[in-house]
Ligand binder design. Structure first.
Ligand code: DX5
Ligand code: ZN
Length: 219
């Protein structure tokens, strides 16, 4: 059974309450919080995502799936721990070395939060295999991080397939999340490849009826 994590990156200003309640009714499993610092990626959504996260915490019990696209991982982890997310995922490419990756994994877990590691489309799986036993989820970016509404990069599907094979061959129990360009046209490919958590923003938020799309994605 796959789960859906709706990215609220493109949520209309002023429509937050309506959108959040509608997504709850449509049974999204998570709210995907895209945190961008204007350095790791061009856009800066940091303050807006912190505000949206604390607002969601006040009006919804659904879990937050925080995706940090930031250079200063530790500082962002400290800021977003305050909204008690279900999971915090940071980018492998934001860390200067393996030690920092391991330190961040440990730090997030020590703060009673699940931890995910995200990789950009060009990053090789070989670079992160050693961390998989210590994390709860691997976020395979299916677009270049930085904005919503992009097209899925086909080569990333093989990465999902290879990652799925690796975790099965090595008895590693982690979730595989895909993020970027996930819609009714691409969902079957990524599910067959082995993704079990689907991030979708545009495809859901553009729909008249969120539930129709979310049900389709989960099928
Ligand atoms: C991109 C973000 C994604 C994006 C997904 O940097 O990490 O979560 O918002 O949006 P869509 O589904 O529109 O590609
Ligand atoms: Zn994301």
């Amino acid at each position: 059974m796959v789960e859906v994590s709706t990215s609220i990156l493109t949520m209309e200003k002023g429509e937050e309450t309506k959108t959040i309640f509608a997504l709850e009714t449509a049974k999204t499993d998570y709210f995907h919080i895209d945190v961008m610092d204007g350095k790791f990626v061009e856009k800066n959504t940091y303050k807006k995502m912190l505000e949206n996260s604390s607002y969601i915490k006040r009006i919804s019990n659904l879990p937050l799936d925080v995706h940090l696209m930031v250079e200063d991982v530790k500082n962002a982890v400290d800021d977003f721990l305050a909204v008690e997310p279900n999971i915090i995922t940071f980018h492998y490419e934001a860390c200067k070395d393996k030690k920092e990756v391991l330190d961040m994994i440990k730090y997030i877990k020590e703060n009673n939060c699940k931890v995910g590691l995200a990789i950009k489309p060009k990053t090789k799986l070989d670079d992160i295999y050693e961390f998989l036993p210590y994390i709860h989820m691997c976020l395979v970016m299916t677009v270049e991080p930085g904005k919503g509404g992009q097209k899925l990069i086909p080569e990333t599907v093989d990465k999902v397939r290879n990652l799925k094979k690796y975790i099965e061959d090595n008895n590693i129990e982690i979730d595989i999340e895909v993020d970027g360009g996930i819609n009714l046209a691409t969902v079957d490919t990524v599910k067959q490849a082995g993704a079990n958590i689907l991030v979708s923003g545009t495809a859901i938020l553009m729909a008249k009826d969120y539930k129709v799309i979310i049900d389709e994605l989960k099928k």
